[in-house]
Design a protein around this ligand. Structure first.
Ligand SMILES: [Zn+2]
Ligand SMILES: [Zn+2]
Length: 140
């Protein structure tokens, strides 16, 4: 199933119509790693009104089409895990820039084993790393 097909299926599974606005928002999100609400609105170039973008993002989050990644007081939006490869982020505590960390099978396996030891079958995990990035260290 392509991510486009998965998107259409997720909407219909939740009894939601595939509207022009929803298709457009999904397209924009497919083209970026992650995006702020402001950037997303900018990229719609006025083709969708602001309130509608916000409304749809709320819906998308509810049905797991997107994830919100907290960065300081703000958040960024990215497509949910089922649309992208599984990954984690590291965020600088000073400038709040965030970047993905490459898939780390050692880490992934260790988590599964840890859960296993406790008698769990692991279905998801969230790991966010924070620190001070190279640029901000130079400012010290
Ligand atoms: Zn920084
Ligand atoms: Zn992981």
């Amino acid at each position: 199933m392509t991510s486009q097909e998965l998107f259409v299926k997720t909407l219909s599974d939740n009894h939601l119509n595939l509207t022009k606005s929803r298709r457009k928002i999904f397209q924009i999100l497919s083209d970026v790693e992650s995006i702020t609400m402001q950037e997303l609105i900018k990229k719609t170039k006025g083709s969708i009104d602001r309130a509608s973008v916000y409304r749809n993002i709320v819906i998308f989050e509810k049905i797991r089409i997107i994830d919100k990644i907290k960065i300081g007081f703000k958040y960024k939006i990215e497509l949910g895990e089922m649309y992208s490869y599984h990954h984690h982020h590291i965020t600088c505590m000073v400038c709040h820039q965030s970047q993905p960390i490459d898939e780390n099978t050692v880490l992934e396996k260790a988590l599964i084993q840890q859960a296993d030891k406790l008698g769990y079958r692991l279905s998801k995990h969230q790991i966010e790393l924070s620190g001070i990035c190279q640029n901000c260290q130079k400012l010290d």
